[in-house]
Design a protein around this ligand. Structure first.
Ligand SMILES: [Zn+2]
Length: 307
C-alpha cells in the first residue's frame, strides 16, 4: 500500500478507542521486525527512525537520511497493512527538510533546545514545507522528563498546559501533538504515573490527535485508560532496543563466535542466525504492545471503512 497520512490512521484510532504504535526502528532488522508484527497482528502501524540518533555528531560514520527514507518507504509500500513513516525528534531543521525529500511522510522537531516562541516559528515553517510535500508534522508541547539509566534519575520536565497547547496548534497548524502528562522518555525499571485528568482536558481542548511518547515506562492499565480518554498514538523505543540486546546476549551465551558456521550465523535466516533471532525478539515485543494498544485486527477494519 502507499504511505498513509498519519492523521488519517490516528483519527480512525481515536474514533474506535485504540492507539496506533510508533515502534521506533534503528536498522534493517528492527524496521522489518515492526513490519512483521503489524502484518501478523493485522494492525496499522507507524514505522520510522529517530532523527536525533541518526543525525547526531557522535556517530562513527555519518548516516545518509535518504538511505533510511528509501528503506522505510519500500517497506511501508510493500506492507499488507496501512503504515505511515516518521522521522522522529530531529533537532536539526535541515535534516527534517531532507527527510521530506527522502520520502518520510511525517516529521517531528525536537524542541528541547528551543524557547516556546522558537519552537512555534520552526513548526510553522515545517508545516508549510511538509504540507507542500504532502506530508505532516507532529510537534511536542511541554517537556517530557528524560530518564537517565546511569543515575536512575529523570530531568524535571514540564507538563503540557492545555491553554498553551490549544494556541500552539491553532498558530502552527501541526497535524498531531505530543503531550507531557507524566510520561517519561526512556524509562525502565519503574512506571510513570499518568495525569489522566490532564489527558481528558487536553483531548477536549485539542482537535488534532494526541501522542504519548515514553510508552515503555507506563503501566498497561494506565495506558488503556489514556487511550480511552483520547490518546491515539503511542511511541515505543526503549523496550524494543532492550529486547534486541537481550536476544544478542542470549545468542552468544549458547554460541561461540569462532565455532558458528559464519553463513548460518549471519546470512541464512535460519535457527542459527543471530540477527534473525533478534528480529523475531523485537517482533514478539511489538505484537504484545499492539494487542495492548487495541490496534491488532484494526488494519482490515481501517481499510474497509476508509476506502
Ligand atoms: Zn519521544
Amino acid at each position: 500500500m502507499p504511505l498513509f497520512p498519519m492523521s488519517r490512521l490516528l483519527r480512525h484510532a481515536r474514533a474506535h478507542k485504540y492507539a496506533v504504535g510508533y515502534f521506533e526502528a534503528w536498522n534493517l532488522e528492527s524496521i522489518l521486525a515492526v513490519k512483521d508484527a503489524a502484518e501478523e497482528a493485522d494492525s496499522p502501524v507507524i514505522l520510522g527512525f529517530n532523527g536525533g540518533f541518526l543525525g547526531n555528531g557522535r556517530r562513527r560514520v555519518a548516516e545518509d537520511i535518504f538511505h533510511y527514507g528509501a528503506l522505510g518507504t519500500a517497506i511501508a509500500e510493500r506492507a499488507r497493512v496501512p503504515a505511515a513513516l516518521i522521522l522522529n525528534e530531529a533537532a536539526r531543521v535541515p535534516l527534517l527538510l531532507q527527510a521530506l525529500e527522502a520520502g518520510f511522510n511525517v516529521i517531528m522537531h525536537d524542541h528541547q533546545e528551543c524557547s516556546p516562541e522558537e519552537s512555534a516559528v520552526i513548526n510553522q515553517d515545517l508545516v508549510r514545507a511538509a504540507h507542500a510535500a504532502g506530508a505532516e508534522v507532529e510537534a511536542e508541547i511541554g517537556e517530557l522528563p528524560a530518564h537517565d539509566l546511569g543515575t536512575g534519575r529523570a530531568t524535571p520536565g514540564e507538563k503540557t498546559d492545555p491553554e498553551a497547547a490549544a494556541a500552539f496548534v491553532r498558530r502552527t497548524g501541526v497535524d498531531a501533538l505530543a503531550v507531557a502528562v507524566g510520561n517519561v522518555h526512556m524509562l525502565e525499571g519503574r512506571k510513570a504515573p499518568l495525569d489522566l485528568d490532564l489527558i481528558r482536558t487536553l483531548s477536549r481542548r485539542i482537535e488534532v490527535p494526541l501522542v504519548l511518547h515514553g510508552g515503555t515506562g507506563i503501566e498497561p492499565a494506565a495506558l488503556a485508560e489514556a487511550i480511552r480518554l483520547g490518546i491515539s498514538k503511542i511511541n515505543v523505543g526503549t523496550v524494543l532496543r532492550r529486547a534486541f540486546l537481550l536476544a544478542l546476549e542470549s545468542y552468544f551465551r549458547t554460541h561461540e563466535a569462532a565455532r558458528v558456521d559464519p553463513s548460518e550465523g549471519t546470512s541464512t535466516g535460519g535457527e542459527q542466525d543471530l540477527l534473525a533471532g533478534a528480529r523475531r525478539a523485537v517482533t514478539v515485543e511489538v505484537l504484545r504492545l499492539m494487542s495492548l494498544f487495541g490496534s491488532a485486527g484494526m488494519a482490515s477494519r481501517f481499510s474497509k471503512e476508509e476506502s
